[in-house]
Design a protein. Sequence first.
Length: 139
Amino acid sequence: MRRQLMPFLGARYRFAATVVKFGLRHEISRGALPTMLLHDAALDTGSVIVVAQHLWTDITNEVVQLNPRRGDRICFDAIVQEYYKFNDSGRELLDYTIGKLANIDLASGGKGLSLVEYLNNLKRSKTYANGQIEVTYTA
């Protein structure tokens, strides 16, 4: 759990994080939404740096335009948000993440799969072709 983000809830801060992989989050009303896993997400509050080991965040249009690769270190503005998740026993837990990424810059480059390559591979999959998933962002 990322309780260290709780004091910053609802506010926009500057972060830096490493892109680890891309994925999909399924919502009943909106279908499959592209996401990315970030590691070592650091929030500099001026005197204190708060670090989250990992977190998933939705991909915004600005992220698509940057087209990050796995291994890229990116800097961005984001809002700290709360959400509910379920553990293995089905118990609902409150956790924290970041969202609405904006003002994204590449700090250092990686050599892995890019977001556009991931989305293009996804669109060539049988699941996508059979209409079982629909991706809202296009590369």
